[in-house]
Design a protein around this ligand. Structure first.
Ligand code: ADP
Ligand code: ZN
Ligand code: MG
Length: 479
């Protein structure tokens, strides 16, 4: 039997606030363990949570950017479970009245557009972090706990089971990350844990519309790992089903080293958490003007920008994707395009040589002035400099920001032309190549190409071949 893969993702995003969700503690990453804590985020008895307005603004911005329907009224619940990283033994989360419902993200898969629907977007608090005495919890004698992260605002984004392969999951995550970055809600750094993803995956007979039993896969630390883990898990489930077995609903752990998913435990159902309304917080009621203001402040978002870049500048799909994902590079391209209308040439230089010199020098594109870059391309277009010189100047513009005109003056890199500069070189070439001159006089056109080549060589390519040709012909026929 042929099976099809069904995937739904749960993404956790740390919101970019300077203080935690329910207290004033700092959210700065990498501080001394347990230094960003207070009675509220440590869950001491008698402490009371207070909403962080900024967290709500960022959550609403992210939800709107994902086309999710922000609810005027939502509510917080306690999700009860015991684990050492959770000092209160419950997490304040949202359950049946989430911040936002539905939504979708339009992604591109192999140049075709796909819609991935969302089920919900909700707010909750982050847990602390366990540091095991050796690599994994299983082989450790003890674990240390750091509550600096406990209480940082988290946004949970849950997709519908709309994703059909590991690769599509990765493409979705790339696009999701880009939208979230544009929304300003998070820095989306996977390496610092501010963006994490759990994946639910099941198989079903191709064409069926019933969902199969799923496994939940955790512990992937990159989008690449999500793709690999899902591909592996799809294979594992297919083997079970093909052998006539049944998949059991369980939680698996992705083992990065062995590139395998390892079943951990049977999955708990939501009734195990004994959710109940958080008695210390009022329901969250958002005024429509509050939501509208946040909506109005959102920038143009990646799917729209990608489409506009193609239409406005005639860029191809990969260029439009690059200038969307790499937002500052896209901003640079657009700033330069406002001053220079050879868009195809501009795009070629930005994604080629400019990107190369930026990587080589470790500079950010924000440090390069679009005007100097445009001046350089214009000098090249006019033939005032040649390509090797243009590249040399570009590397210098990136490094030091010197203007191309100044460098051309100071270093004498401009075009060699006219009676004063070019003529003496032409005369030298004529004096040194009597055989070629003779051949040319006898009608061999190839000899002229050779002579022009000599002029170009002697000028380091800085002469205009057309002018060299003209001067050579004048001189030779006069003799
Ligand atoms: P949980 O109890 O794990 O929170 P949810 O119903 O909230 O379960 O679903 C979590 C995620 O799992 C969602 O992204 C959803 O689309 C996905 N999902 C649910 N059922 C399946 C299934 N049978 N196969 C694949 N993904 C599924
Ligand atoms: Zn605190
Ligand atoms: Mg869930």
């Amino acid at each position: 039997m042929k099976y099809e893969v069904v995937i739904g993702l749960e993404i956790h995003l740390e919101l970019q606030t300077s203080s935690k969700l329910f207290c004033g503690c700092s959210t700065i990453f990498g501080r001394e363990p347990n230094s960003n804590c207070c009675p509220i985020c440590l869950g001491l008895p008698g402490s009371l949570p207070v909403f962080n307005r900024r967290a709500i603004e960022l959550a609403v911005a992210a939800a709107l950017a994902l086309n999710s329907d922000v609810q005027e009224k939502s509510r917080f619940d306690r999700k009860n479970y015991f684990y050492p990283d959770l000092p209160k033994a419950y997490q304040i989360s949202q359950y049946d009245q989430p911040l936002a419902r539905g939504g979708y993200l339009q992604i591109e898969v192999d140049c075709a557009s796909r819609i991935i629907n969302l089920e919900r977007v909700h707010l909750e608090e982050e847990a602390g972090k366990l540091i095991h005495s050796s690599e994994s919890i299983m082989g450790s004698d003890y674990s240390l706990v750091d509550y600096n992260r406990a209480g940082i605002p988290l946004l949970e984004i849950v997709t519908a089971p709309d994703i059909t392969s590991g690769r599509e999951a990765r493409l979705f995550l790339d696009d999701l990350r880009s939208v979230l970055l544009y929304s300003g809600a998070s820095d989306c750094k996977m390496e610092e844990g501010s963006l994490r993803c759990d994946a639910n995956i099941s198989l079903r007979p191709a064409g069926s519309d019933e969902l199969g039993t799923r496994a939940e896969v955790k512990n992937m630390n990159s989008f690449r790992a999500v793709e690999l883990a899902l591909n592996y898990e799809a294979g594992r489930q297919e083997e079970i089903l093909a052998a006539g077995g049944t998949v059991i609903q369980e939680t698996c752990h992705w083992d990065e080293e062995r590139k395998k998913t390892i079943p951990l435990r049977s999955k708990e159902g939501s009734s195990d958490y004994r959710y109940f309304p958080e008695p210390d917080l009022l329901p969250l009621v958002l005024e429509s003007t509050f939501i509208e203001e946040i909506s109005a402040a959102l920038p143009e978002l990646p799917p729209a920008r990608r489409k506009r870049l193609k239409e406005q500048y005639g860029l191809d799909a990969s260029e439009a994707a690059l200038f969307t994902f790499n937002r500052s590079l896209g901003d640079f391209f657009e700033a330069a395009a406002a001053r220079y209308n050879q868009y195809a040439n501009l795009a070629k230089w930005v994604q080629g040589d400019l990107l190369y010199y930026l990587r080589e020098s470790g500079k950010n594109v924000e440090e390069v002035e679009p005007q100097k870059f445009v001046d350089l391309l214009t000098l090249l277009d006019k033939g005032d400099i040649n390509r090797p010189v243009a590249k040399e100047l570009l590397s210098e513009i990136v490094l030091s920001g010197t203007s191309p005109q100044k460098m051309i003056r100071d270093k004498g890199l401009g075009r060699i032309s006219g009676d004063e500069q070019l003529l003496p070189i032409v005369e030298k070439v004529i004096a040194e190549n009597p055989d070629a001159i003779e051949n040319y006089r006898q009608g061999k056109e190839k000899a002229m190409a050779f002579l022009v080549g000599r002029v170009m060589a002697l000028t380091g390519g800085r002469a205009d071949p057309g002018e060299a040709n003209k001067l050579l012909k004048e001189k030779i026929s006069r003799k």
